[in-house]
Design a protein around this ligand. Structure first.
Ligand code: ATP
Length: 203
């Protein structure tokens, strides 16, 4: 039985925070690989997703190129309906019937998860690996994890890491204002963004 990391996100754009927590999760939660799953049209995001899913997929491809054990999966990208993690995990269980799915989230997403579509199914289908985000309070993350464990029997592992304070919204804002973001994002992704004029006038 392999331990398959599943990393869902909007990835608009994928940044060093994503790569960092994915690497740390591979080591600390003993994962055999990490599958990045860019979403199609997430219903739980507050801001509309303005960047085409195909472009976000391509940016993830560029961001993980050359990273050992990192893969990309496009099952959510072509969906007409919103991407629901519970449904995606169901599909992934069919792709990896013998293996353990380990769904990676940042601490902010853990706090939101109870509002997602059928959280009880998510907790049943996957172990949850949590990476704290910069500026977050550990007590809040621990309390949410504890509540999901007792309410849903969730299997939640909080990995110990030095949080880094990078977010896609911050990067979009910087790029839109013409500021530099090269410490937060890979050179290849930045080149793609510039060539395709992404984020120049949208957030
Ligand atoms: P936005 O700023 O637009 O909300 P984001 O930076 O959170 O975007 P997403 O693609 O929405 O990026 O995130 C995918 C997953 O990665 C989420 O579970 C999120 O919590 C997590 N994540 C993103 N950045 C970090 C970070 N710096 N540290 C820990 N987790 C992170």
């Amino acid at each position: 039985m392999l331990r398959i990391g599943i990393f869902g996100g909007t990835f608009s754009p994928p940044h060093n925070g994503h790569i960092y927590i994915a690497r740390e999760a591979m080591k600390k939660a003993r994962l055999d690989k990490m599958v990045f799953v860019p979403c199609g049209n997430p219903y739980h995001k507050k801001a509309p997703v303005t960047v085409d899913a195909k472009q976000r997929l391509e940016m993830v491809r560029l961001a993980i190129d050359g990273e050992a054990g990192f893969e990309i999966c496009d099952i959510e990208v072509g969906l007409k309906e919103p991407s629901y993690t519970a449904r995606t995990l169901e599909k992934l269980q069919k792709i990896y019937p013998q293996d353990r799915l380990c769904f990676l989230v940042g601490g902010d997403s853990l706090l939101d998860m109870e509002g997602w579509y059928h959280p009880e199914e998510i907790f049943k289908k996957a172990e949850i690996i949590v990476a704290k985000r910069g500026g977050m309070d550990s007590a809040e993350i621990n309390a949410a994890a504890q509540s999901y464990r007792s309410k849903y029997g969730a299997d939640i592992k909080i990995i110990q890491l030095e949080p880094i304070d990078v977010s896609a919204s911050d990067i979009r804002e910087r790029l839109r204002c013409g500021y530099d973001a090269k410490d937060m994002i890979s050179e290849r992704v930045l080149k793609y963004i510039k060539e395709n004029k992404i984020y120049e006038d949208s957030i």
